[in-house]
Write a protein that binds this ligand. Structure first.
Ligand code: HEC
Ligand code: HEC
Ligand code: HEC
Ligand code: HEC
Ligand code: HEC
Ligand code: HEC
Ligand code: HEC
Ligand code: HEC
Ligand code: HEC
Ligand code: HEC
Ligand code: HEC
Length: 355
């Protein structure tokens, strides 16, 4: 703020720094224009109100080329010299505009811009691009006016539009990418997670992942004995979409394909498969667990969720197995032997198991 005020002072007391040849050219064009449109003040007023209605002045584009080469695209705007713009007194106004400090931004004579916006705007505002790692393309190229009004606006921060609408001018609606949608995007604002200008994090995120997620979700690395390595690495996006997905749980792929992006596919060559094995999360928690191997429950409770103790008691081989773990004898996923018997159990086993 102090920084801004100091600059305002400096600019008021500094004489126009317009480049002479450019000014001369612009003057010639302006005089030409005046001859075409007439010099009466009501005509000028009409021209100005045209500007503020967003209707481009027909002659304005002719005046531009001389400066475009020097400055930015925004220099295509010119205005009849020495005529004050009538403020519309919209809700939000830019202090240097209200103060009549037109020269802070415009060339004194032609009322084109006095330089590229990246220079003009950052004479008063902190240069938020200077130290940023990720820069938003339209900001980096100085197209501030894609999103902001220069003088006044009905929206806070002098924005042309607010909320999601502003972003969807240029981006496809990220929620259209899948039938399952992230509540945070549906009910929130793009700016809850993204910075509109620049950021120290990739994808313009205000906070790095996973901190960005733990703002709203429980921290999966806390309170459990075992944490899945990609989760402890904070790599949420290796499994999840940020906005929307056709997989439930915002997953990038359904399980088990999701798991095969990192684990060897043990189903491919399997002779015998455990009936529920393709539904990995019926036994494993994806993030963390107090059990080894991320199991949702300890054995045998995990197995007894689906298998009836009474049925198991009918199996002769189960006589006297109390205290043993089911997986001492059975493979939970796949096997070369019937009944998913692990090799060591299969060899001396009863006839049907030795298939
Ligand atoms: C903070 C910088 C800034 C200040 C101060 C400023 N302008 Fe502008 N003005 C701009 C920018 C940037 C544009 C280009 C807008 C665009 O590209 O849409 C512009 C455009 C214009 C236009 C073209 C019509 C329009 O609205 O697009 C007129 C006329 C104008 N300014 C007049 C003035 C006058 C008169 C003053 C002083 C009372 C003033 N401006 C103060 C930045 C400023
Ligand atoms: C002469 C100094 C000056 C220049 C040049 C200037 N600004 Fe400002 N601007 C200010 C001041 C002072 C404020 C009000 C204090 C604040 O919010 O920082 C302000 C406020 C703003 C705000 C609203 C901030 C808010 O939170 O409501 C935006 C957006 C903005 N300026 C954008 C621009 C853009 C874009 C340019 C270049 C076209 C520009 N400014 C050039 C002085 C300037
Ligand atoms: C893609 C759209 C977009 C572009 C392009 C853009 N801004 Fe902004 N700007 C925003 C939004 C959105 C906000 C409000 C941020 C908020 O609500 O936290 C904002 C806020 C601001 C503010 C006030 C708050 C702050 O961060 O200090 C200033 C000043 C500002 N912009 C200047 C600029 C300047 C200068 C440029 C060009 C170099 C620019 N903006 C380009 C979208 C944009
Ligand atoms: C004037 C057009 C425009 C507007 C408005 C706009 N963007 Fe962008 N945005 C772009 C362009 C161009 C890119 C770079 C190309 C790409 O990645 O699609 C980009 C890239 C991005 C990226 C990816 C950055 C990266 O590092 O890969 C994010 C995130 C983003 N925009 C968010 C937003 C948000 C949030 C808003 C609203 C505040 C917004 N954009 C408004 C044009 C725009
Ligand atoms: C809950 C936080 C959150 C919200 C809200 C959010 N995003 Fe994102 N967005 C992200 C994350 C996280 C990424 C990075 C994804 C990655 O790294 O794979 C991202 C990436 C992007 C990208 C880069 C391309 C891509 O899809 O990876 C764009 C563009 C983008 N977001 C636009 C938007 C827009 C527009 C909105 C508002 C409609 C929005 N985002 C709302 C979190 C969010
Ligand atoms: C602004 C708050 C907020 C942020 C930030 C946020 N989320 Fe969410 N997220 C929610 C809400 C609200 C829900 C819906 C209620 C729930 O399931 O907890 C949700 C649901 C989810 C779901 C379950 C979706 C479903 O259909 O079951 C996943 C997965 C998810 N978020 C992942 C993430 C990831 C990854 C991040 C970080 C990139 C993140 N969230 C950031 C608020 C947030
Ligand atoms: C190895 C893949 C994987 C990683 C990495 C991962 N998740 Fe998940 N996540 C899942 C699966 C699978 C589900 C269950 C989806 C379903 O079936 O509904 C899930 C569900 C969720 C849910 C909704 C249910 C719940 O448990 O609250 C949230 C929120 C969530 N994840 C957030 C995150 C966040 C935040 C990160 C990063 C810290 C992360 N996930 C990392 C695979 C993963
Ligand atoms: C019926 C329950 C169940 C299902 C379904 C299940 N697992 Fe397992 N998984 C286990 C058990 C129990 C262990 C402990 C291994 C042991 O003790 O032999 C384990 C261990 C693992 C291990 C670590 C040890 C190893 O074998 O590398 C991985 C990785 C694994 N499972 C991945 C998966 C994947 C991927 C799926 C889905 C395709 C899946 N699991 C489905 C019960 C299951
Ligand atoms: C982004 C890569 C990635 C994805 C996707 C992934 N894992 Fe893992 N998983 C790992 C890594 C790395 C380890 C640790 C090294 C190892 O044991 O292979 C691991 C270990 C495991 C373990 C043993 C864990 C322990 O902590 O004891 C199980 C069980 C497991 N993963 C199950 C799954 C399941 C089920 C899925 C699918 C829902 C899945 N993984 C998806 C990377 C991944
Ligand atoms: C999500 C439910 C579910 C869980 C949990 C589960 N099973 Fe199964 N299991 C089944 C179904 C369904 C079958 C096939 C029908 C049957 O034989 O009862 C089966 C079959 C089996 C078979 C016979 C395989 C064959 O080739 O005929 C064995 C052995 C077995 N399960 C062991 C286990 C063990 C050990 C555990 C715990 C680590 C376990 N199951 C956990 C659902 C489950
Ligand atoms: C000492 C080794 C051993 C242990 C421990 C063990 N089993 Fe078995 N199980 C077997 C053998 C051997 C068979 C094959 C019996 C047959 O062929 O008649 C079998 C068969 C099964 C069957 C198939 C039954 C059917 O009707 O065909 C299921 C289901 C099963 N076991 C589940 C379990 C569960 C759940 C546990 C843990 C509570 C467990 N087993 C513990 C050795 C064991």
């Amino acid at each position: 703020m102090a920084n801004v005020r100091r600059h305002v002072h400096k600019l008021i007391s500094t004489p126009g720094r317009g480049k002479r040849p450019v000014v001369l050219l612009a003057l010639v064009v302006a005089v030409g224009l005046a001859l075409l449109t007439g010099c009466r003040s009501d005509t000028n007023y009409k021209v100005l109100s045209f500007f503020f209605d967003g209707v481009p002045q027909p002659g304005a584009t002719n005046a531009a080329p001389a400066q475009v080469a020097e400055n930015t695209a925004a220099t295509t705007n010119t205005v009849s010299p020495n005529k004050p713009v009538v403020p519309l007194n919209l809700k939000i106004s830019h202090p240097p505009f209200v103060a009549g400090n037109c020269a802070a931004c415009h060339d004194d004579f032609s009322k084109g811009m006095k330089g590229p916006l990246l220079t003009v705007c950052f004479t008063c505002h902190d240069n938020f691009l200077a130290k940023a790692k990720a820069k938003h393309a339209p900001v980096e190229s100085g197209e501030c006016m894609d999103c902001h009004e220069p003088h006044e606006s009905v929206n806070k921060h002098l924005l042309k539009q607010t909320g999601t609408a502003l972003c969807l001018n240029c981006h496809d609606d990220p929620l259209a990418k899948g039938k399952f949608k992230h509540d945070a995007v549906v009910n929130g604002d793009c700016l809850d997670c993204h910075d509109p200008h620049a950021s120290a994090n990739g994808k313009l995120l205000k906070k790095a992942i996973p901190a960005a997620c733990y703002d709203c979700h429980d921290d999966f690395t806390k309170g459990k004995k075992d944490v899945h390595q990609p989760v402890s690495d904070g790599d949420c996006m290796s499994c999840h979409e940020a906005h929307a997905s056709n997989q439930k749980g915002l997953l990038i792929k359904s399980s088990p394909e999701l798991c095969w992006t990192c684990h060897d596919n043990f189903l491919e060559k399997a002779k015998f498969k455990h009936d529920p094995v393709e539904d990995c999360t019926s036994c494993h928690n994806p993030h963390n667990s107090n059990e080894a191997n991320l199991l949702a429950k300890p054995e045998p409770a995990l197995c007894l969720d689906c298998h009836d103790q009474k049925d198991l008691d009918h199996v002769k081989a189960h006589a006297g197995v109390a205290g043993k773990s089911c997986t001492d004898c059975h493979d939970p996923h796949v096997g070369d032997n019937a009944n998913l018997l692990k090799p060591v159990t299969a060899k001396p086993a009863t006839a049907p198991a030795a298939k």
